[in-house]
Design a protein around this ligand. Structure first.
Ligand SMILES: CC(C)(COP(=O)(O)OP(=O)(O)OC[C@H]1O[C@@H](n2cnc3c(N)ncnc32)[C@H](O)[C@@H]1OP(=O)(O)O)[C@@H](O)C(=O)NCCC(=O)NCCS
Length: 177
């Protein structure tokens, strides 16, 4: 498959339907943790839902509208990282991510986001990268902060995740800044 080696133990690959069973198993195992921050868990009930999602993302990839990747750590699926949206007109990529809890605390996501931005520059001519995090999501916020994104402000009541409303901090980074 289309793999990028990030370091000795970590690689990312374009997400393909063949990953769906393992990716769904990881999602299911981490459902409670993920459900705190992500709104799609209740629509992801069986491997077919993950397969359908990957297929839809691949279709958007063919139109240069998104890029969904799967992260592997020691050849096990560890999580996902994506340009959820590629805004070609404005040369901007909107980044989203999650990791299974067994794979957190190792610097995996920070390294992979760095590489995704390089892909964005090299293949999609992106010049702006954006990550939106709930104010309370300190682990997610730490990633753009570690990578020297700027805090560009807060969107109030930006997202409803089940019973909770979250304000979002918008983190932005301009190419080579
Ligand atoms: C957001 C999320 C991916 C962050 O995971 P993470 O493991 O903290 O992030 P990284 O892989 O970059 O690892 C950073 C951690 O590894 C540690 N680390 C170890 N080696 C490191 C290295 N070489 N480089 C950077 N960090 C390293 C850091 O100290 C940090 O740990 P700490 O929080 O205890 O200080 C994860 O918490 C998650 O999936 N959350 C649920 C979904 C979610 O919130 N998604 C985002 C929605 S906006």
């Amino acid at each position: 498959m289309f793999i990028r080696q990030i370091n000795d133990r970590t690689k990312i690959s374009l997400s393909v339907p063949q990953y769906a069973d393992e990716l769904f198993a990881l999602t299911d195992k981490n459902r409670t943790m993920l459900r705190q921050w992500l709104p799609w868990l209740d629509h992801t009930k069986e491997p077919k839902d993950t397969r359908d999602f990957i297929t839809a993302q691949l279709s958007r990839f063919t139109e240069s509208k998104a890029l969904h990747t799967t992260i592997f750590y020691d050849d096990r699926i560890a999580g996902v990282l994506a340009f959820n949206t590629i805004d070609s007109q404005n040369r901007a990529g909107h980044i989203g991510y999650w990791l299974g809890s067994d794979f957190q605390g190792k610097g995996i996501m920070t390294e992979c986001v760095k590489d995704l931005m390089k892909i964005g520059e090299d293949f999609f001519s992106l010049e702006r990268f954006e990550i939106r995090c709930a104010v309370e999501n300190s682990k997610s916020r730490a990633i753009p902060e570690r990578l020297d994104f700027q805090n560009e402000g807060t969107i109030r009541r930006a997202e409803r995740v089940y019973e909770n409303w979250y304000d979002h901090i918008v983190y932005g980074k301009i190419k080579s800044c």
